[in-house]
Design a protein around this ligand. Sequence first.
Ligand code: ACO
Length: 329
Amino acid sequence: MKHELGAKIVGTGRAVPENTLTNEDLEKMVDTSDEWIRERTGMKVRHIAEPGVDTSDLATRAAENAMAAAGVTATEIDVIILATITADVQFPSTACYVQQKIGAVNAAAFDIAAACSGFIYGLQLANSMFLSGKYKNILVIGAEVLSRITDYTDRNTCVLFGDGAGAVLLQPTDGQSGIIDTYIKSDGRLSHLLIMPGGGTRNPATYETIDQRMNYIKMEGREVFKSAVTAMGDAATHILKENGLTGKDIQLLITHQANNRIIEATARRVKISKDKVYSNVEHYGNTSAASIPIALDEAIRDGRLKRGDKCMLVAFGGGFTWGSAIVQM
Ligand code: ACO
């Protein structure tokens, strides 16, 4: 194995809004069908945050559940890293709102934006921070309220996205379990294929940019699909090879939950059998940075991941960004 075991996951949590949006609901909103959505994506239901519920609210609930699972109190948290592309406001960072809401008065808190790969980027960052020896408890959260940047008049995108949050609490490894390795990559040349063009310095919010619907997700679905399949396959292959492992050594593959066809293609590339592939895309749609930590929490709480198991995480998203991690439970 290339790396020493790094930080260890000591608790996980998730939070998903109760309100749902089904394929049948979408049939009434745009020209689509339950059959088309299920065949192309595997999705049936997404969860949608109620008005007044912000990304930080979902992130806070997920973080509190992770802390409760670990038996760690808010004042013990040293760092909060929040991966999101749907921040409560442009600034300050949503992580600071989470800090305030959970009462983590001793923490440093900041956001990272790596779209659907954000959670893997956060894991890599947190893992590296532990190497400094300065930190004992780091929360890594992926949280999104994508429904607020989804254009419900655009059938190409509006069927895909949902809201939710997942969190992990990390501590220094005990040498038995921990993050074996992480891998992250980007290609900014393809940034235009998946973008929310409005609201930043390029196209600040004006009547014009709002009229042009620039404050919503724009996506070239077919191009994103092709890149996602290639990059996620590469990320999975790379990290296995770097660590002298094969698909057979992995007990559970959790990829970013974008689409069942992408998930299956990634598993095939590294020869991981279907029974070792986690999918909940049917129940949540694509929740971007939140999808992997939500799935991880479910898999741990449902007993799909047991102590000693190796779990591989793989993601791809806007940027483009992609990455992978192998965690020994
Ligand atoms: N309902 C019905 N028809 C639709 C819908 C819809 N919701 N959306 C598009 N169509 C139509 C298109 O207009 C097109 O019609 P045409 O042939 O008459 O032009 C036809 O369906 C086929 O469209 P494609 O885009 O080629 O369909 P594809 O098989 O590629 O599936 C999808 C589309 C599901 C978006 C796919 O490209 C995909 O999953 N891409 C990845 C997108 C993604 O996951 N992005 C999220 C961020 S990145 C990530 O998370 C990995």
